[in-house]
Design a protein around this ligand. Structure first.
Ligand code: 8X3
Length: 249
């Protein structure tokens, strides 16, 4: 039975990814900050889920929680670094510094904390898979994407560099880079709880769903052991690139 460790597991992509792995018969360590939401997920999914209250920004908590995982729950085969967020869509000169700090602390610092804590066990066992949740925002710049996109560019390059470091260990690394996904709190969080603004992002479209992302994550993990899916870039059909902007006097 596979052991999967999912961060940000209490909602959105994380909950969908947890459900997807439980459906295939895996056991899932579901880590998130919200004890209440985790408890609801655990009671929905039963004994296949071990809920763990964890703030990935806290390096000491990450080390002690991972060190205390009981028995096979601690032999993590697949780490899904999903915890992350976007805050704000203002241009850089008007953005809130606190928003930038929060994105860096979760999307970058938190992700490396959990990765660093789980990698030695994977290397020792000669197998494992780190699946990061990146974003198309790490590749395609857009107005207001500033620090959010930069954190996801970090996740992209960190994923590729991990592959180099893990050469010959049998440990796999994948970066899943979604475009527009509806039905999660992503935009609500980005716009500080403003439901109307968040709803406008998806109005008149058929965006991806959290289940689509969970399917990609699961697919990458289900490839034979000799296959490493480096990057999955996934957008809804309604989303594509546009021309570069030109400022005219
Ligand atoms: C989410 C995709 O386009 O809203 O990471 O930045 S986007």
């Amino acid at each position: 039975m596979k052991t999967v460790f999912v961060t940000g597991a209490s909602a959105g992509f994380g909950a969908a990814i947890t459900r997807r792995f439980v459906a295939e018969g895996a056991r899932v360590v579901a880590a998130a900050r919200s004890a209440d939401k985790l408890a609801a997920l655990a009671s929905e999914l039963g004994e296949a889920v071990l809920p763990v209250v964890l703030d990935v920004q806290d390096a000491e908590a990450v080390t002690s929680v991972i060190g205390a995982l009981p028995g096979e729950w601690g032999q993590v085969d697949v780490l899904v670094n999903n915890a992350g967020l976007a805050k704000g869509l203002e241009p850089a000169h008007r953005a809130q510094l606190a928003d930038w700090d929060q994105m860096i602390a979760t999307n970058v610092t938190g992700l490396v904390h959990v990765t660093r804590a789980l990698l030695p066990g994977m290397v020792e066992r000669g197998s494992g898979h780190v699946i990061n949740i990146g974003s198309i925002a790490g590749t395609y710049p857009y107005p207001g994407g500033n620090v959010y996109g930069a954190t996801k560019a970090f996740v992209h390059q960190f994923s590729l560099n991990l592959r180099s470091d893990l050469h010959g260990t049998g440990v796999r690394v994948t970066n899943v880079e979604p475009g527009m996904v509806g039905g999660t709190d992503f935009s609500k969080v980005r716009f500080d709880g403003d439901e109307a603004k968040a709803g406008n992002v998806y109005a008149g479209t058929t965006p991806l769903t959290a289940e689509d992302i969970a399917e990609s994550v699961h697919w990458a993990s289900a490839q034979p052991p000799h296959v490493n899916v480096n990057v999955i870039e996934i957008m809804p059909v309604v989303q594509s690139s546009a021309a570069l902007q030109i400022y005219r006097e």
